[in-house]
Design a protein around this ligand. Structure first.
Ligand SMILES: [Zn+2]
Length: 279
């Protein structure tokens, strides 16, 4: 099923086998969704040794399970989550080395196109001391290099970005050789869209965000950042929010075809390649 002949992509989706799991994906599908970008979730019950091996394999298994048991297409994004830093530091493991190793492990997956992006990488979303920020930036830069080498996008998890920080990230991208549009700010704000930044913006699919984003006239992706956490059911927006916003575009905007084409075809194709999005 598609909506108006567009493949409806949720650009940031997490799953847990002890969460709603397949049911969350079915709700997405039922509302008209077609593709999820499945991003690995941290799990600090996993020992630090072989941490990324476990996290990555678990996520790939879930992707396979969803593909087999639903009609939803699954793209996979893997990478060291910025808050992993604290987990390793607390365990007296060198975070920079460990997370850099986690990035290196991605080479094989990028090479054989098992992953569509590296992410979510970046910096903690709250204030941290200068050392943590500096070291997080080192890890981020490594991630951007990998993305540039394999021509895949990098999905950023960061603090809220002002114009200066957006520029700083674009400069980091230039250093690594990645095109700015291949850097995707996850949890982007409407004001990010209004900036001059050439980074791609992925916006949380709430009604006000959708309206505000459309008003900017810029292109953007939509995401739920669904976390599938049974203990925090109300923490995030529902897994079927993106297809519901697609229906909202169709219902509320006379130029809905252009908007839907920008959100669900042109920008995703530019970033991930057109194979999944062209019908
Ligand atoms: Zn996330």
């Amino acid at each position: 099923m598609t909506i108006e002949n567009f493949r409806i992509l949720d650009n940031h989706f997490h799953l847990r086998t002890d969460g709603l799991y397949l049911d969350a994906v079915k709700a997405f599908k039922k509302a008209g969704g077609d593709i999820i970008n499945l991003v690995n979730l941290p799990d600090y019950t996993i020992p630090t040794s072989e941490y990324y091996e476990h996290i990555y394999e678990r996520t790939l298994k879930m992707a396979e399970f969803i593909r087999t048991n639903s009609e939803v297409k699954v793209m996979v994004t893997l990478g060291p989550y910025p808050l992993d830093y604290f987990y390793f530091r607390q365990a007296s493991v060198n975070p920079v080395k460990k997370m850099a190793d986690g990035i290196m492990l991605l080479e094989k997956y990028a090479e054989d196109k098992t992953i569509c992006a590296i992410g979510e990488i970046g910096r903690p979303h709250f204030d941290v001391d200068p050392k943590v920020r500096e070291e997080s930036n080192q890890i981020l830069l490594r991630g951007l290099h990998l993305a540039a080498d394999y021509h895949i996008p990098a999905i950023l998890h960061t603090e809220d970005l002002d114009e200066a920080a957006l520029f700083e990230l674009q400069v980091m991208g230039n250093k690594s050789g990645i095109s700015p549009h291949m850097i995707i700010k996850h949890h982007a704000t409407v004001s990010n869209l209004m900036s001059e930044s050439a980074l791609s913006m992925s916006v949380l699919a709430t009604r006000p965000n959708l309206r505000g984003s459309i008003e900017t006239g810029k292109s953007f992706l939509l995401e739920t950042d669904y976390v599938d956490d049974p203990l925090k059911p109300g923490k995030v927006i529902a897994p079927d929010s993106v297809p519901k916003r697609a229906l909202m575009i169709r219902g509320e905007y006379t130029n809905y075809e252009k908007i839907m084409s920008d959100v669900f075809l042109k920008l995703p194709s530019k970033i991930y390649g057109k194979e999944l999005f062209e019908i």
